[in-house]
Structures are given as structure tokens and as C-alpha cells.
Design a protein around this ligand. Sequence first.
Ligand SMILES: CC(C)(COP(=O)(O)OP(=O)(O)OC[C@H]1O[C@@H](n2cnc3c(N)ncnc32)[C@H](O)[C@@H]1OP(=O)(O)O)[C@@H](O)C(=O)NCCC(=O)NCCS
Length: 153
Amino acid sequence: MIRLMQKADLSAVSQIENLVQTHPWTLKQFEESINSYQSTVIEQQGEVVGFCILQPVLDEANLLLMAIHPQQQGKGLGYQLLDQSMALLKNNPLQIFLEVRESNLSAIALYEKSGFHQIDMRRNYYPKADGGKEHAIIMVKSCSDDFSQLFKS
Ligand SMILES: CC(C)(COP(=O)(O)OP(=O)(O)OC[C@H]1O[C@@H](n2cnc3c(N)ncnc32)[C@H](O)[C@@H]1OP(=O)(O)O)[C@@H](O)C(=O)NCCC(=O)NCCS
């Protein structure tokens, strides 16, 4: 089940983030994201196993962050979560943007499967655990040709 994030989900969300990111968002950032962005979670047997944070901006949106619990990855949950979270956006964006670490091949593959393609690269954008820097791949998905948009209220 995919639904909007609530305060009661914050500790589970933050735990997942801490398991998957070298530079995790803080609990406070997740708390603020409930009101500031469209934040969703995916549940399996009543447990939160992933989250997705989308920022609607005028007629566009940015995918800020998403993750699936390491033990639940590779089962199609990330794809489902992203797909349904994008469909929930109330501003019917024409385009959705994201930035992803160049080394994050599983995320890039998920995004390509979800209709994103690379448009740019930011050199030495992300800090790495070893103190170095890593390029960011900038991707966009064009939603104007998305058939489902026609049926949105
Ligand atoms: C990226 C992430 C969200 C994917 O979630 P997931 O539930 O494992 O992904 P899915 O099982 O839905 O896979 C969807 C597609 O993504 C790609 N993919 C997922 N895991 C992959 C892997 N390990 N290697 C290659 N491709 C992969 C595939 O294209 C897959 O489609 P397919 O199964 O038809 O081949 C998850 O790996 C994760 O949480 N990673 C850590 C956090 C992160 O990097 N977040 C994104 C940047 S903020």
C-alpha cells in the first residue's frame, strides 16, 4: 500500500534512510518534508519499507529522495512507489527532474525504467564517504505524453 507520510512514520523512514545513504537526511528534514513536499511511504504487511519525496514546483516537480529498505529491494517496490507517487502529484507536472549519483546504477536503471532520461551532468557535485566528490546525473521525465494525465481531475 502506498499512502502519504505521517508523523508516526518518521522513525521508520529515518531508519531506512540511515541504512542506505552515506549522507542521510535528518529526522527534522523528514518532518519538514511532510508539510513542504509530497511525501509518500510504501507499506508491506503494515510495515513502512520505503519512502518517496517529490517537490511540486509550478508545472514541474523534483524527485528529492527515495529509498526502499535494503531487505525489500529488487522486488519491484521502488518502481511501484515512484510510479504511484508521481501519479499522486496534484499539480499535473509537465516534467519531473531528479539528480542522482553517477555510481548509483540501480537507481539510474529504475529511473530509466520509469521514463526518465539523462539531460545533464553536474561535475563533482556529491560528497563521497572517502572525502572525495562524485558527479551528479541530471534526469528528466516528460509527462505531457503520459496517457494517465488525461484522466486526472
Ligand atoms: C534505487 C532503489 C529505490 C530501487 O528500489 P527497488 O525496490 O530495489 O527497485 P525495483 O525492484 O522496483 O526495480 C525497478 C527497476 O530498477 C532497476 N534496478 C533495481 N535494482 C537494481 C540493481 N540492483 N541493479 C540494476 N538495476 C536495478 C531495474 O531496472 C528494475 O527493473 P527490473 O526489475 O524490471 O529489471 C533502491 O535500490 C534503494 O533504495 N537504493 C538506496 C537508496 C537510493 O539510492 N535511492 C535513490 C537515490 S536518492
